[in-house]
Design a protein around this ligand. Structure first.
Ligand SMILES: [Zn+2]
Length: 296
């Protein structure tokens, strides 16, 4: 298994402690808990059930990359790499959720499947694009294609309509910090007004977690649920990176370490309250348009 990196360990501990997830000493002061010790003591990997949702379907494959590839294929490859890593690390109950058919039916189907198979965590895997107004034209492989190199980086979304959104937010933060420790930088552009109805509130500026209440797979699933846009495939350089086994392995490692920490942090009733968030620049008054993204 991979090991948690030293950089950022304090930040991870802060997240866990703020959720009351690690035990305090008998006199009430926080015990000096090492992440490895916490993991070994409390995480039952064999019993932990995680659903890895492959975004979109073969028939309706989501975004088109700068080189004309389908988002669904990126999602499937990365989800398979993440699953293998989790199984290798002892999470044998990790399941890939692949659905078929039209977009909306696929969404309902995957929510229904997830809810009928009780899981500890639901993680939806996607790759990002941009609004059409940012697209530029180039020729690739003799064909006219579209790209935008303006943005790059991953982003993480949670829905506050999910009944377990506090626990989902915990995982989102742990995942964001693990990606950050590996040198991956999230994209901040979802906070910008030019994103229009796609503008989101950044709820954790350190970990890169956004609030997106309307997403069907996040709000209708009953378990803690998080959506990862792993990178931008409309960006020409990042598309190549996302297609590489090295980047997929790096992300899989980050997910697995975040799951280890999440598994260790969970209590039977979940975190009791939302922790104070890192200075986020979040605007509480900002309410994104109440429209579900039809592509999700
Ligand atoms: Zn997608």
């Amino acid at each position: 298994m991979s090991h948690l990196r030293r950089l950022g360990t304090a930040a991870i501990l802060a997240v866990l402690l703020s959720h009351g997830a690690l035990r305090a000493a008998s006199d009430g002061t926080p015990a000096p808990v090492r992440p490895e010790a916490a993991k070994a003591a409390t995480c039952n990997r064999h019993n932990f059930r995680l659903i890895l949702d492959v975004g979109h379907t073969a028939e309706v494959p989501g975004a088109t990359s700068a080189r004309g590839a389908h988002e669904y294929d990126f999602n499937l490859r990365l989800a398979q790499a993440i699953k293998q890593k989790l199984v290798d690390d002892g999470f044998g109950r990790t399941a890939l959720l692949v659905t078929a058919g039209p977009a909306r039916l696929g969404l309902i189907k995957r929510v229904s499947l997830a809810n009928s198979a009780p899981a500890d965590l639901f993680l939806s895997i996607h790759h990002d694009s941009v609004p059409d107004s940012f697209l530029e034209t180039w020729e690739y492989d003799g064909k006219e294609s579209h790209f935008s190199d303006r943005f790059k980086g991953h982003s993480i979304f949670v829905s506050y309509d999910n009944p377990n959104h506090r626990t989902g937010l915990l995982f989102g933060r742990l995942l964001g910090l693990q990606l950050k420790e590996r040198g991956l930088v999230y994209t901040p552009h979802y906070t910008q007004p030019f994103m229009g109805r796609r503008q989101r509130v950044l709820v954790d500026a350190q970990a890169g977690v956004y609030r997106y209440d309307q997403l069907i797979v996040l709000r209708m699933t009953r378990m803690p649920a998080v959506l990862l846009e792993a990178g931008s495939i409309i960006n020409r350089d990042e598309e190549l990176a996302m297609a590489s086994p090295e980047r997929q392995a790096l992300i899989a490692e980050a997910v697995s370490d975040a799951v280890v920490l999440f598994c260790a942090a969970r209590t039977p009733h979940g975190p009791e309250r939302l922790p104070p968030l890192v200075a986020s620049g979040a605007k509480p008054t900002l309410q994104p348009a109440a429209q579900a993204n039809p592509h999700r």
